[in-house]
Design a protein. Structure first.
Length: 189
């Protein structure tokens, strides 16, 4: 009996776009999944230095060193994009023109994207939600519908190279699915 082969991200570089207030586990678990699949994760943020993560959107947690600012990053430098959640994180990102343009460029270039929890807020400002089916933290559902998307209450949903999940409880499915989609080169259109 053969076992399914784990998808490989060897040779692929994955941007993680995050700011202060990112939900720690929604950054760390996908980061480890990308590394375990042989990929290279890169932390992209609004400014140099470090960002502070949160546990449960309430308690400050680990600090993470920024690898590159979004103003100095190009989507073409990466094979895929992960948008971790937390409430403050995507709220900061969607208000930054460079961050919004960076996210939009992944869709324009047909590169795969994964977003969890409140991260789809940034997708709304990037103008990539209309006509797409996706999931998120339930409180974001109305915003996604108002942006022209169809919201579904699913552990993980894939739509044309876009992987979305609802919350930290969905991380095992989210991580496995994003690795598979990134390995397949699923295109976010």
């Amino acid at each position: 009996m053969s076992t399914p082969q784990t998808p490989s991200l060897t040779g692929r570089t994955v941007a993680f776009l995050a700011a202060d207030g990112v939900e720690r586990v929604e950054l760390v678990d996908p980061w480890h999944a990308v590394e375990q699949a042989g990929g290279t994760p890169v932390l992209v943020s609004l400014s140099d230095g470090e960002i502070t993560s949160m546990d449960g959107d309430i308690d400050p947690s680990e600090r993470f060193t920024v690898d590159r600012t979004v103003a100095d990053a190009q989507a073409t430098d990466f094979d895929a994009l992960v948008l971790p959640g937390g409430v403050a994180n995507p709220d900061s990102l969607r208000a930054d023109q460079d961050a919004v343009a960076f996210v939009r460029a992944f869709f324009d270039d047909g590169r795969p994207v994964a977003a969890i929890c409140h991260a789809p807020w940034t997708l709304i400002d990037a103008g990539v939600v209309a006509g797409r089916t996706l999931t998120s933290f339930p409180s974001v559902a109305t915003d996604l519908r108002n942006a022209g998307g169809t919201w579904v209450d699913e552990e993980v949903h894939v739509s044309d190279g876009l992987v979305t999940s609802r919350n930290p409880d969905d991380l095992p499915a989210f991580c496995a699915t994003l690795v598979r989609e990134f390995a397949d080169g699923g295109a976010a259109r």
